[in-house]
Design a binder for this molecule. Structure first.
Ligand SMILES: NC(=O)c1ccc[n+]([C@@H]2O[C@H](COP(=O)([O-])OP(=O)(O)OC[C@H]3O[C@@H](n4cnc5c(N)ncnc54)[C@H](O)[C@@H]3O)[C@@H](O)[C@H]2O)c1
Length: 413
């Protein structure tokens, strides 16, 4: 594992649960952080490194997990692939540029590496069930997809503020922390659940209310036209900042709500990141609700609704691909296409026009015609003000008695 930051806490779960794998070595430039993590994960015999190249040279690894800032994904993948690591899993987004995505795909093909883009939302149990229902044609031909990501005030998992340093810079992140970073998951659902491979056109409004975060924002797209028997297919994605909304969550301070309309019915998917919190325990929020034939039906209440299962299932799938063969989910090409989805809203917003799929390419990055721009100088005082606002109402919420349970490993008290 390269990178022992926040997401490593969740990526490690699939390996801790697996009888087929052992976490033999971890690397992070911050040794103190490695120590704290291994203590928390209950691993005492794992080898530790501060130089990933040394780890790759010394260890004989079947799988490497790359869990670092986005601009490091290509150089790290390139080194691992060239050193003969047969399986490489790169946390989303595949890279900060399309150029680096193409280079990752190329080097992994050349060295015969199984390359996985780690996008865990596709493995969240209620979403797997939703996909099965959609594939059975339960709501007919799929026409429209909507997803709202709401970012309430918390309380939520403790996130290291240091990681905001690389996330807020486009040159290391590739875009902003919501649309280009978190948004990759949502674009993945917008394609996978709708049986689509790409968008044709995108239009977006992006605000920077908190100064650092690229939201609230609203993104609209049209899927490619395929069948003239049905109306054109569209989708939309919203990022809503609600700093004063008290909403306890075991993981990141956000949650997702999806609506899919088809020719025969409508499907609502309630929650993902927040799955299993107090809202899931209310009868009003079953994970899947469908309106068909004049009736409202519920599905998936028996499934595990904790977000951690999306990570466990995703890792389990890759281990089986490495042992038994098959294609990783997602492939490198799918990873690159998700990065294109993630870039298009900024191109649209900065030029105040529709952005087209074919304009985001590595060639256009070289001639700088599809470079996305940093929105404005960061006024850190604005962000401090925003956080103060969040904390004020967090205290009010705690007084109302809705408590948050911190994410814990099974043996942690
Ligand atoms: N799947 C998800 O839901 C999800 C959620 C959050 C983050 N992510 C992704 O996971 C990746 C990491 O994000 P994070 O939130 O854990 O970031 P983070 O900043 O918390 O952690 C990154 C870690 O990488 C280490 N690092 C930096 N340079 C290094 C180097 N040269 N060698 C070794 N270690 C180095 C840092 O010290 C840090 O510990 C990103 O790709 C991010 O988009 C995915």
């Amino acid at each position: 594992m390269i990178g022992c930051g926040d997401i490593a806490n969740l990526n490690v779960l699939g390996y801790l649960c697996s009888k087929d794998t052992e976490l033999v070595a971890v690397c992070d430039t911050d040794m103190a952080r490695i120590g704290k993590k291994l203590e928390r994960w209950g691993l005492r015999t794992t080898n530790v490194y501060t130089d990933f190249k040394l780890m790759i040279d010394r260890e004989e690894l079947d799988i490497v997990e790359i869990l670092t800032p986005h601009h490091l994904h290509y150089p790290m993948t390139e080194y691992c692939a060239s050193a003969g690591v047969p399986g490489i899993s790169v946390q989303k987004p595949l890279a900060h540029t399309i150029t680096d995505c193409e280079k990752i795909i190329r080097v992994c093909k050349k060295k015969n590496v199984k390359l996985k883009l780690y996008e865990n939302f596709r493995f969240y149990p209620p979403f797997l069930k939703a996909k099965e229902l959609l594939n059975s044609g339960i709501i007919g031909e799929l026409l429209n997809f909507r997803i709202n990501t709401i970012a309430p005030g918390g309380p939520a998992m403790n996130v290291d503020l240091k990681s905001l340093g690389w996330r807020r810079k486009f040159e290391t992140c590739g875009g902003g922390p919501w649309i280009y970073d978190d948004g990759i998951h949502k674009f993945s659902l917008a394609l996978w659940l709708m049986n689509q491979e790409r968008f044709e056109e995108v239009y977006a409004w992006i605000d920077y209310f908190s100064v650092v975060m690229d939201s609230p924002s609203y993104i609209l797209w049209k899927y490619p036209t395929t069948d003239s028997d049905y109306p054109e297919k569209f989708g939309s994605m919203e990022f809503t900042l609600a700093p004063n909304l008290y909403y306890p969550n075991n993981y990141y301070h956000c949650d997702e709500f999806i609506e899919i309309s088809g020719t025969k019915g409508i499907m609502w998917l309630n929650q993902c990141t927040g799955g299993g919190n107090f809202l899931s325990k209310t009868p009003q929020y079953p994970p899947i609700v469908i309106y068909i034939d004049g009736k409202v039906k519920k599905f998936g209440e028996d499934l595990p609704r904790d977000w951690r299962y999306s990570f466990i299932n995703s890792t389990k799938h890759f281990i089986s691909v490495m042992k038994e063969g098959g294609e990783p989910i997602c492939t490198g090409e799918q990873g690159r296409d998700l990065c294109i989805c993630g870039k298009l809203p900024y191109i649209s917003n900065q030029n105040n026009r529709i952005a087209y799929w074919n304009e985001v390419t590595s060639e256009n990055e070289v001639d700088k015609s599809c470079i996305i721009e940093e929105p404005q100088e960061i006024d850190i005082k604005g962000f401090t003000r925003y956080n103060r606002n969040v904390r004020r109402d967090l205290r009010k919420g705690i007084n109302q008695g809705l408590v948050n349970t911190e994410f814990k490993y099974h043996y942690e008290k």
